[in-house]
Each structure stands twice: as structure tokens, then as C-alpha cells.
Design a protein around this ligand. Structure first.
Ligand SMILES: [Zn+2]
Length: 264
């Protein structure tokens, strides 16, 4: 039996993505748990920032931390709101400079449909894995988060920045989907001052997830409510565990939950 606080799984790109859950005392490699019965039990909370055992509000943080920690500033979800390049502080300028003033990539990814996104260059593959992208194409590299955000705002007029997770978890994306429409949109709608940051060549990646069987009718596990769940693991995609009875469990969406995990 393993016990710890859920944090998003860390991953390694390989022929198939490798998934690890870090419980401090133990590291669980979920690829080795495929076809095994896994039991999950909710035992409490621990805020990822202040470490207090208080209810988690969002993104693994308690309410107080969510509204105060620099790790949950609004510019994280909305890169165009970044201001560190102007020397303007949101919550902690030193942290914001460190994160925002580094190379950022604007990309398209196919998980359920074509979506647009921004990520730090150092996080590129991790980001694509976390959202369950079967294929992805990096288009631009900007020197900071703000510029990447302004480019994304233009692309969002035609492309969603959200993943349809139900669709992402129900199959490998349609092979007929490709990036040509997105590339055409970039050519026609991005101005030269931003086009100057085009990647040459663009970076294309295909990602294989360890999924033995995709579920038929997805049922999302709310462990806080049900307190306990057991099922046979049949796949891992994005940050989700997929079980034989079509239950899925979003590890990232449950950060800050203290759980016990049994593997048989
Ligand atoms: Zn907290």
C-alpha cells in the first residue's frame, strides 16, 4: 500500500510514454500497473503550496494560496497577461521574470481536434503529453511568454485552446486530421513582426500513449465523493488513468488529495 499527496504524474517520452507518480517514499510506475487492479482511497487534503491539511480549492492549492501564490497567477492560464517583460509585478516579480522571460513555443496539437497552445520551450514535450496530444506541431518560438500569448490570441479566433478530454480519452485522434489548415491560417493571419519568430524547421512530434483499450462510455471518477474506487487499469493518456469499466481518473485534476493506492 502506498500513501501520499497527488501531484501530476511526471513523464518520459519513449516508444510509449512512461508515467510516474511521485509519493516521496515511493515512485509508482503506472505502465507496470497495466492490467492490474488498482484501488484508490481518499483520505484527506494537503495544499501543494502551504502544505496545510485544508481543503483544496483549485490546481492543488487551498483557497488562500490559490489567490496568493505566484504559481497560480492569472498570466499562467492567460499568457497575454504576462507583464514581467515590462518589469511589472503580478504576485512576485522575481518568480514571474524567471518563468515568463524564457523561450516560449506556440504550437498546434491534435488530441480530439486541432487546438492551439503556448508553453515554455523547456516543457514542450511534457505539455503535449499532459494534454494527451497524439500529434503536435510547434510553429513559433518567442523570447518571452507575453509575445507567445499575443500570437495565441490571434490563433484562438479560429482554433480552440481547450482539449475535449472525453474525446481525447475515447480513441486515438482521427488520422484524417492534419495541420495544413492551421498552417494556412498562420500564413494568412499572423503579421510579419510575429512571423519573424517562426521556427525553421517547425517541430513535429507523434506521441504513443500506453492504452490497451479505450473506454466506451466515459465515467469520470470523483474520488472526494465516492471516497473509494477499485478497477483494472487499461490505459494512461494525458494525465488520466483509464480503467476497464470505462472509469477515468484525472490525476492532475485531483492534485492536493491525500490518497492511499493499492496495486494487486
Ligand atoms: Zn495553501
Amino acid at each position: 500500500m502506498f500513501s501520499g499527496v497527488l501531484k501530476k504524474m511526471y513523464t518520459e517520452i519513449d516508444d510509449e510514454v512512461k508515467y510516474y507518480l511521485d509519493f516521496k517514499d515511493h515512485i509508482i510506475n503506472f505502465n507496470q500497473c497495466l492490467e492490474k487492479k488498482i484501488s484508490l482511497k481518499f483520505i484527506g487534503y494537503q495544499c501543494l503550496s502551504c502544505l496545510e491539511e485544508v481543503e483544496v480549492f483549485r490546481q492543488g492549492f487551498c483557497r488562500k494560496c490559490f489567490f496568493n501564490t505566484p504559481l497560480a497567477g492569472e498570466w499562467i492560464m492567460k499568457p497575454e497577461m504576462s507583464k514581467a517583460h515590462l518589469g511589472i509585478e503580478d504576485r512576485n516579480l522575481e518568480y514571474e521574470k524567471k518563468i515568463q522571460l524564457q523561450p516560449h513555443i506556440v504550437y498546434f496539437a491534435i488530441s480530439s481536434h486541432i487546438k492551439v497552445g503556448v508553453t515554455r520551450k523547456s516543457q514542450l514535450i511534457t505539455r503535449w503529453i499532459d494534454q494527451g496530444a497524439d500529434r503536435a506541431l510547434a510553429i513559433f518560438e518567442f523570447p518571452n511568454r507575453y509575445l507567445a500569448g499575443t500570437c495565441e490570441v490571434i490563433l484562438k479566433k479560429s482554433f480552440s485552446d481547450k482539449t475535449n478530454w472525453r474525446k481525447m480519452l475515447s480513441s486515438v485522434s482521427d488520422q484524417s486530421l492534419n495541420f495544413s489548415e492551421a498552417e494556412k491560417f498562420v500564413d494568412n493571419n499572423i503579421e510579419d513582426n510575429l512571423k519573424a519568430y517562426s521556427l525553421q524547421p517547425r517541430i513535429y512530434k507523434e506521441i504513443n500513449f500506453p492504452v490497451i483499450r479505450y473506454p466506451d462510455k466515459i465515467n469520470s471518477l470523483n474520488l472526494k465523493k465516492s471516497l473509494h474506487y477499485s478497477g483494472k487499469l487499461t490505459g494512461i493518456k494525458g494525465q488520466y488513468l483509464i480503467f476497464e469499466d470505462s472509469t477515468v481518473f484525472n490525476i492532475r485534476g485531483n492534485e492536493g488529495l491525500r490518497v492511499e493506492i493499492d496495486i494487486e
